[in-house]
Design a protein around this ligand. Structure first.
Ligand SMILES: Cc1ncc(COP(=O)(O)O)c(C=O)c1O
Length: 381
């Protein structure tokens, strides 16, 4: 029995995932049905015991935890002042559109992708150049370099990368990341690399994550790396993430773009983040083993029971991207909702109608029930 087998009822806890549609069984938004590591819970409780929750600053222990993590996971020796603390990564994407471009410029990204990537250009009045990811081989998603070269213009100022990729589950290789950074250098783009899922790589020996922090110095100087412990340790509701911006001038521009838009960061989240990075590693290792099992079960089930549904190789995240187009349904998300009371993410929001995204960050038993419902929802009634 694994600790992740325990079912924790979440309905009625003010959970976005569970309480938005109480009539449906939720496998949508990216949070897991697992409690956070005990060390994280303990750190929050210790801080709560103090009883005073005034405005907070990042404390020394947090800096030490972040610096140790950046060195351990990304071989990067960060100086304290390169780290910009944030209450969320989505606001960081939005800030980047204001910091590094002016109205009328363009932003490039590849899709399907986490929906805010396809929306933040509006915050800076930018044009969006969303290029489709392309399949190399049977099930390996990569960049369409030719389409990117054809679409980039002198007024394109930003590229937003999602690595590991949500929803495709791809971990881009060292070669691909270098090629992308060189593309950005050639066209004078700032590379914003959202790496929020980087500690959820499922087969790290086969597909290691290559952060832009590992790039050679000249390429790294044009990068903003976005990171957080929130997905891995299931603390997204506490709201803490951070950017690492080695270049002083880019960092100044980014900080200036904040204006008065961002609230103070939650004082509990600093302690949760410190504990996650300092003490969460053995829990994370257990989690990865559990997620591997869930992923394998899901892939086998789809192959056997829903052979027309195509799932790309899932290298990271607890999210499965399912191409349902061969089923020729009008609207798969609505059909699984109506026929099986399932709440999945609709691929249309990621730029790919006809697809579904299923969150398997839950107990194995619950996943099996969800997969049976999926079959009922997708096959003719
Ligand atoms: C790629 C990616 N970036 C950012 C976020 C959200 O980050 P935050 O909660 O820090 O705004 C998510 C959440 O699923 C995500 O998948």
């Amino acid at each position: 029995m694994s600790r992740f087998d325990t079912i924790h009822p979440r309905r009625g806890t003010g959970s976005l995932k569970w309480d938005r549609r109480p009539d449906l069984d939720p496998f949508w938004v990216a949070d897991m049905d697992f409690t956070s590591p005990p060390e994280v819970l303990e750190a929050i409780q210790q801080r709560v015991k103090h009883g005073i929750f005034g405005y907070a600053v990042p404390h020394q222990g947090l800096y030490e935890a972040l610096q140790a993590y950046l060195l351990r996971a990304h071989d990067y020796e960060a100086k304290e002042d390169e780290i910009v603390h944030l209450g969320g990564l989505v606001p960081a994407l939005s800030l980047a559109t204001k910091a590094f471009a002016k109205a009328g410029d363009a932003l490039m990204t590849c899709m399907p992708v986490y929906p805010p990537f396809l929306g933040v250009h509006r915050d800076g009045d930018l044009e969006l150049k969303a290029i489709d990811h392309t399949l190399s081989g049977k099930d390996q998603w990569t960049f369409d370099w030719e389409a990117m070269e054809a679409a980039v213009t002198p007024n394109t100022k930003l590229f937003i990368l999602c690595n590991p990729q949500n929803p495709l589950g791809r971990v881009f290789s060292r070669e691909e990341v270098i090629q992308l950074a060189e593309f950005c250098k050639r066209h004078n783009l700032i590379l914003i690399s959202d790496e929020i899922h980087c500690d959820l790589v499922l087969d790290p020996e086969a597909t290691p994550h290559f952060s832009v922090l590992r790039l050679p110095e000249d390429l790294r100087q044009r990068c903003v790396t976005l990171l957080a412990p929130s997905k891995t340790y299931n603390i997204a509701g506490l709201g803490y993430s951070y950017a690492v911006i080695p270049n002083d001038s880019l960092r100044r521009q980014f900080n200036n773009a904040k204006g008065h838009l961002l609230p103070e960061i939650n004082c509990l989240s600093y302690y949760a983040a410190e504990a996650a990075y300092q003490h969460g590693e053995s829990w994370r290792q257990e989690l990865i083993v559990y997620l591997q099992k869930n992923r394998n079960t899901l892939v086998d089930f789809i192959q056997q029971e829903l052979p027309l549904v195509v799932v790309p190789k899932i290298e990271a995240t607890y999210l499965a991207w399912m191409d349902c187009r061969a089923l020729k349904l009008d609207h798969p998300a609505t059909q699984v909702e109506k026929q099986a009371s399932l709440f999945l993410s609709d691929g249309a929001f990621f730029g790919s109608p006809g697809h579904l995204r299923l969150n398997y960050g839950c107990s194995h038993t619950r996943l099996l029930e969800g997969l049976e419902k999926l079959k009922k929802g997708l096959l003719p009634s």
